[in-house]
Design a protein around this ligand. Structure first.
Ligand code: GDD
Ligand code: MN
Length: 368
């Protein structure tokens, strides 16, 4: 029988290729939290730089370090959620592995919880007294846009709803957990916008350090996933988020179509009917690949399946287009105004396209 340890704080650290940071982070946390019993739970998404092996070694050597390994990259938010689920303490902190988040804030945040009503403390990059380090102008602008957009779904006036460094009560997390969206990068915004009632929160100013080693994983997909989270919170109860994303991709398809059509028809004088055909197929192909990496990121097709998926997508689009035209024409024959008839046809086409491709292209049953 092992001796029972009761932890006061669990620190959840998501990792993706952070080999150069982990040991230093553990040491820094140990020096910052001398007085209390804490555990670290790393959640790794199959890192390829040795992080995985290092985490195994550390968790064997230390009881208060554990690692959750996941096979595919499933995203930062879901990594944090899995880590929080595994917590053995009444308080949970979430922080990055790359030492951008000052570990010395941990005891400061912890002390705030002597106030019984407090639910969550956020380390903010934009509160009075915080510093942004060498945050690039582009990153700062993106953060400001993100903050502004977050206001549309936030009930609380947070200065940094996109922060990745916060501490909350486990009981509160368990209350909110079933309502979380769980996809993408922005777990804090997800927590705040999923809470059934206003959260009682406090902020502490953060000096956002420069990443110690390795690279940031924030990429374009992460920005797009942020839109997914906002759509889910704004319209998720009425329209499925996937449909909204699918429609947004559809709009990019219209752009691609017009670009290709004008290039072929105007620039190289290709006959209209051929220009239109080429543009249609290129737009369908581009829609397919964007949907595969964005809308259906969680069911992404690879290799042979990617090819057969494309063929089934062409087929699905053709069926949807045929029914779109047939329906619009039917309305038009019944003396419905051409614009209403056309829009109704396009809407039916979009719904069919979405429904059929979710069944036939990104289906759940695996093709061998
Ligand atoms: N398990 C897992 N899976 N971990 C991930 C993934 C993933 O898909 N993507 C990133 N991570 C880990 C990284 O290894 C790092 O420890 C942490 O999550 C944050 O990733 P970074 O790539 O360093 O993100 P960033 O510095 O650009 O942005 C961070 O700071 C911002 C400000 O606090 C994130 O925490 C943002 O959410 C936050 O807005
Ligand atoms: Mn970082």
């Amino acid at each position: 029988m092992s001796t029972e340890v009761s932890y006061e704080l669990s620190i959840v650290v998501p990792t993706l290729n952070e080999i150069g940071n982990i040991e230093l982070l553990c040491n820094k946390i140990a020096s910052a939290l001398k007085e209390i019993n804490w555990e670290i739970i790393f959640v790794d998404d199959n890192s390829t730089d040795g992080t995985k092996e290092l985490l195994d070694q550390l968790s064997l050597q230390h009881d208060h370090i554990s690692a959750i390994h996941r096979l595919d990259r499933k995203g930062l938010s879901s990594a944090c959620i899995e880590g929080m689920q595994a917590s053995k303490a009444p308080l949970i902190a979430v922080m990055d592995a790359d030492l951008q988040h000052e570990e010395t804030l941990l005891p400061v945040m912890l002390a705030k919880f002597s106030k019984k009503t407090l639910g969550i403390v956020v380390a903010s990059r934009f509160a009075e007294g915080s510093e942004l380090g060498d945050f690039s102008a582009k990153r700062e602008l993106l953060s400001n846009i993100g903050n502004l957009l977050s206001r549309t779904v936030l009930k609380a006036r947070l200065t940094d709803p996109l922060s990745g460094f916060f501490m909350l009560r486990k009981a509160l997390f368990h209350q909110i957990c079933p309502k979380l969206y769980g996809k993408g990068f922005k777990i804090l915004l997800d927590i705040f916008s999923s809470a059934p009632k206003q959260l009682i929160f406090e902020e502490v100013p953060l000096r956002f350090n420069t990443r110690h080693s390795g690279e940031s994983k924030l990429d374009t997909t992460v920005a797009l996933e942020f839109i997914g989270l906002l759509c889910h919170k704004l319209f998720g109860k009425i329209i499925p988020v996937r449909f909204i994303l699918f429609s947004l991709v559809g709009l990019t398809g219209v752009g691609v179509h017009l670009l290709v059509l004008s290039s072929f028809h105007m620039l190289i004088n290709t006959e209209f009917v051929w220009s239109q055909t080429i543009a249609t197929y290129i737009a369908m192909t581009s829609n397919y690949f964007i949907n595969n990496s964005f809308t259906y990121r969680d069911k992404k097709l690879h290799g042979k399946k990617l090819f057969f998926g494309l063929l089934s997508f062409y087929l699905v689009c053709s069926i949807a287009a045929f029914l779109n035209v047939a329906f619009a024409n039917f309305l038009y024959q019944k003396n419905v105004h051409w614009a209403i008839a056309g829009t109704s046809g396009a809407l039916i086409g979009a719904i069919l396209n979405y429904g059929l491709s979710s069944i036939f292209t990104w289906r759940k049953v695996k093709i061998q």
